[in-house]
Design a protein around this ligand. Sequence first.
Ligand SMILES: [Zn+2]
Length: 409
Amino acid sequence: MNRRRGAAGVVTLLICTVMLMTVSACARDDEITRWTGVVTRLLAARSEALASGDEDRWRATTASSGSIDDRELSAFASLRALGVTSLTLQRVISIVSGSAGEATAVLEIGYAVPAVDRGQRTARRTVVLTGGLATPVIRSWLAPSDPLEVFDLVGMAVTQTSAGLLVTPSDPKAVPATGEVTWPDLLGSALQRVATAWSDPQSTLVVVPRNLADFARLVKRSTAVGAETIAAVTEGARSAGSVALTDRLIMNPVVAQSLTAEGVKVVLAHELTHVYLRRTSAQELPTWFSEGLAEWTAYQDVPVPLASRWAAAIERQRTEPTWPQTLPNEADFRTDSPEFALSYVIAELTVTELASRTSIHGMFDQLMPTGGTTAITTEVVLAAAGTSEAALMGRVRDRMLSVARESSP
Ligand SMILES: [Zn+2]
């Protein structure tokens, strides 16, 4: 009897606990739903402001229309200049409501730059809401830990070029292009080089930020430390089995200042090749192959003798005649790898060697149909080229030897 009552007591207690949990969970869910509705409405209001060019409407979504944060106002101007007319809520990562009618929402929002994007780009935002559920406004929509989107940059100008949209500081002295050449000219001739090697490169969004800190945040690095070694980055998400739709080409302004005009063109053409390949191939290519194709394209018709461009690799082979035995692997291309610089040379030499015996375009077209489901591995590439890694590396060594011989007096 006691025992049964005891058992019943446990059951009652369990039901209460479950009910309590349900009630509190319901309350939380309800609040999250309401704040989600708030965010959706505020983004819709911002979209309407963008579509109609109504800056006051945009201001009305912010906490203080008098002392609005520079970044938020310039975001309105930048989004307008980029032609963006819609901001959508794609995903709520978390919403934490605090006291005094505030809430912090970590979200993914979607937007597209019509001239260059072929789909929605996802941007992470930490949005601080204030004013409660009754009169909600956005206090800020970017935390220091959020990666920057191009429209977060302050004081930028958008220029329509033959290669797509170019975003540079509005003060041309902030990041001057090299010599007398302008950024649109550099980009135009870089695109020309890619167009000669590959058919129909599409419009791209190219960004030259003001400083290294902005560059690091645009390319999603947590710190600017180490970013000075990277000349440029092609940045964008892609889902497995799908081509990249919203890549950005981000140029390191510090490196740009240290290069000749030809050097900047090589960097831009290298990245534009990545953009082209990522828009064409639904699968990632092996790193040596994509870097090799980008280098091979970027250096077409560059009037610098191979012996001086490949000097470091030739010197390494002189002291180590059996090097290289294998293709550079993924880790060799990391900026902190001792093989970093030479890996690019070997990748370019390998693609140059492939191109001397087979049509690179034919090979690339042949690889494409496998893109949907089958990973494009090194083995798949080598099979398409009808060679083996050992044979190919032997030819790469021979080519370096002959370049060294031709250049020696
Ligand atoms: Zn690259």
